[in-house]
Design a protein around this ligand. Structure first.
Ligand code: ASP
Length: 304
């Protein structure tokens, strides 16, 4: 039997009325996305194509904070970040502060495939999107009633430091192992609600919110991006497995719950290695997540 596996997430933070009310929709969205990515692997597709496919599904689903349904910054605008990394060759592509791009993860993949750079921002990323024939949408496509309500609510409250204010987060991500023994990671986000314009989070930063190396593991992170950046979370998990030989679940637990136990931010990670082991850890009330293991068993969960 071919050894393939995939894990995805749809964000980690505190619980909310909206999440409870839409529990079934979230679970269905997670299952559809993990199955779509798995179908790519079953047909002999690559890990990098599988993570792109799974993330595309979540970007298109308005319940999740990526693509359609992205969070709004404090100007009421959508600015999205995404990154993708191929563990076979350590090639990566990422985009920051993009608007109009229906599927930012697919644009990040174009950066990987078509340029000699890793990260393109704003107008330059949009130029590549147009040249590469990436699907663009009007601003209204991205804005959902829920995110508009969140924006209005945030503007009624005193905002202050975005790190001091507890936020309900989103972000989506995927990690996969293909039948050729290669792993890949992808992360895509609408960012932190009510952030300053121009704020860039961890999701598009290789080594923070996204990382993949066949020799260690593939990781996608979610949560308070500023702490994921300063904790260099994804690369730390990878390096920890390399230096200690500990299994993936132990490595994720150590980095999130021990090494960063005093970090006041919410954090969650999904990871996979070339044996198909999956590690998932979060330090907050819930993490939307689903996986299909090497035996073909699927699970989708939101709470502990
Ligand atoms: N990490 C993302 C960011 O800071 C947000 C999230 O995961 O909810 O942009």
């Amino acid at each position: 039997m071919k050894r393939i596996a995939i894990a995805i997430h749809g964000g980690a933070s505190q619980d909310s009325d909206f999440i409870r009310q839409n529990k079934t929709g979230y679970e269905e969205g997670l299952k559809a996305a993990v199955q779509a990515g798995y179908a790519v692997l079953q047909k002999g597709g690559s890990a990098i194509d599988a993570v792109e496919r799974a993330v595309n599904c979540l970007e298109d689903n308005p319940l999740f904070n990526a693509g359609r349904g992205s969070a709004l910054n404090n100007q009421g605008k959508v600015e999205m970040d995404a990154a993708i990394m191929d563990g076979e060759n350590l090639k990566a592509g990422a985009v920051a502060m993009v608007k109009s791009v229906k599927n930012p993860i697919s644009l990040a993949k174009k950066v990987l495939e078509k340029t000699s750079h890793v990260l393109l921002c704003g107008y330059g990323a949009l130029k590549l999107a147009k040249e590469a024939g990436i699907v663009l949408e009007e601003d209204q496509y991205f804005i959902t009633g829920h995110q508009l309500d969140e924006f209005k609510q945030a503007n009624l409250e005193e905002t202050g430091d975005i790190l001091l204010k507890k936020q309900v987060h989103g972000t989506v991500g995927a990690v996969a192992l293909d039948e050729y023994g290669n792993i890949a990671a992808a992360t895509s986000t609408g960012g932190t609600p009510n952030s300053l314009p121009g704020r860039v989070g961890d999701s598009c930063m290789i080594g923070a919110g996204c990382y993949a190396d066949n020799r260690t593991c593939a990781i996608s992170a979610t949560g308070d991006g500023e702490y994921i950046i300063t904790g260099v979370i994804a690369n730390t998990i990878s390096l920890y497995t390399e230096l200690t030989g500990k299994n993936l679940q132990e490595a994720c637990d150590y980095v999130i719950k021990e090494r960063n136990k005093d970090t006041p931010g919410d954090m969650g990670v999904i990871s996979i290695n070339k044996n198909g082991e999956i590690g998932i850890t979060f330090n907050c009330e819930r993490m939307h997540r689903a996986w299909i293991d090497t035996n073909g068993n699927m699970e989708a969960r939101i709470y502990k």
